[in-house]
Design a protein. Structure first.
Length: 116
């Protein structure tokens, strides 16, 4: 497995967590908002808080995964492995995808937090 596929698996996991967290928060907001005359036995903020937690975990895991990817990439291309390293161009696309998903996650977090 290459480093790039490791970063893309981190992106895939983060997208799943962020998407599921946003869906949980929005789904239960709609359900609880339309529930008139029904005795609800859960805290009305619980789905929102669970959604925020999932989104935050997705953002955090991708940030740590991107940092780890960058650190490992710099280590493997350092002087210690200079004789055997294959020097490839800087993977701007991989970093751009990770950054875009982090920004989308932050927007989703703010959306759920401020109930947009």
């Amino acid at each position: 497995m290459t480093l790039r596929s490791t970063l893309m698996s981190d992106v895939r996991t983060a997208v799943s967590l962020i998407g599921f967290g946003f869906t949980v928060a929005q789904f239960f907001r709609q359900i609880l908002g339309n529930a008139t005359g029904i005795d609800v036995h859960i805290n009305p903020n619980l789905p929102r808080n669970v959604g925020l937690l999932l989104i935050a975990v997705g953002i955090g895991s991708l940030a740590m995964g991107t940092w780890t990817y960058h650190h490992d990439r710099m280590y493997l291309q350092g002087s210690r492995f200079a004789r055997i390293a294959v020097h490839r161009p800087f993977p701007l696309g991989s970093y751009a995808v990770a950054l875009a998903v982090i920004l989308i996650g932050v927007l989703a977090f703010l959306s759920v937090l401020y109930r947009f």
